[in-house]
Design a protein around this ligand. Structure first.
Ligand code: FPP
Length: 258
């Protein structure tokens, strides 16, 4: 691990890493366990990856913990997941504070069960002063849901006269997405575990220029080393944002012009 860490350029750490944590169910099934046991083990991976992300200087870590579509899973699994998320967040709060990690979320908070909402809110409040890593959970979230919400906000501002339709541009649109509060809105690096090459309705607007790393491993088996490997692979990529290699090489700024 030490050698692996040394291979990382501290000046080029991705500011925002987003993860599709897939494979908990398959991990459990392969061991003859209930799917919810896979989610329990998945929480341990969340802790590990939060630690290493914070350690190497990532500013924001967004985890896809529960999608809008996940509400359609069997009720017993939905209930188990909601309970697990609430309990885990409450239990981890003291450690998050100790490590200066601030918890935030994106998604439909109002659709979460009351008990989970209370525990989450407790953690948002208790970590609000933390200035290190932002741990951002996507809960009852989907990219299309968020885009529609942003469109509705713009439409209502336009209807009330506080915004002119001519002023709706990419900056105005991005400012109405639920990710607008993050220290870096667009993920530099998107990691998916579980081997599937798909985006699954995650951060559709924000991943326009994200670098993608897919791991065959199931989420409960994803290690700190795997995370650092993904960052090392990211650092070898040339991000061109639609330009040529020569243009990117001569440009001091790597920001996309919206
Ligand atoms: C995907 O695996 C995983 C989820 C839908 C839930 C992930 C949630 C956790 C790891 C708990 C999060 C906890 C906190 C504290 C953030 P899957 O069930 O889709 O697996 P499969 O593809 O093998 O069926």
């Amino acid at each position: 691990m030490e050698q692996l860490l040394e291979s990382i350029d501290p000046g080029k750490v991705p500011a925002h890493v987003a993860i599709i944590m897939d494979g908990n169910g398959r991990w459990a099934k392969a061991r003859g366990l209930d799917r919810s046991e896979g989610h329990v083990e998945g929480v341990n991976t969340v802790r590990r990856i939060t630690e290493i992300a914070s350690e190497i200087g990532v500013k924001c870590l967004t985890l896809y913990a529960f999608s809008t579509e996940n509400w359609n899973r069997p009720q017993t699994e939905v209930d188990a997941l909601m309970h697990l998320i609430g309990i885990a967040i409450e239990r981890e709060t003291p450690d998050l504070i100790k490590n200066n990690v601030r918890l935030t979320m994106i998604g439909d908070f109002g659709r979460m069960p009351e008990d989970a909402r209370r525990r989450l809110q407790g953690c948002f409040d208790a970590t609000a002063h933390c200035t290190g890593l932002v741990l951002n959970l996507a809960l009852s979230y989907s990219g299309r849901w968020d885009i529609v919400e942003a469109a509705r906000r713009l439409a209502s501002e336009a209807a009330s006269g506080s915004l002119s339709p001519a002023d709706i541009d990419q900056v105005a649109f991005a400012a109405r997405l639920s990710t607008a509060h993050l220290p870096a809105q667009d993920p530099d690096l998107l990691i998916r575990t579980g081997g599937d090459f798909r985006v699954s309705n995650f951060l559709l607007w924000e991943i326009a220029y994200s670098e993608i790393e897919v791991f065959d491993k199931f989420w409960p088996d994803f290690s700190k080393e795997d995370f650092v490997r993904a960052v090392a692979a990211f650092q070898k990529r040339e991000r061109r944002y639609g330009m040529t290699s020569e243009q990117v090489g001569s440009s001091p700024s790597r920001d996309i012009q919206l």
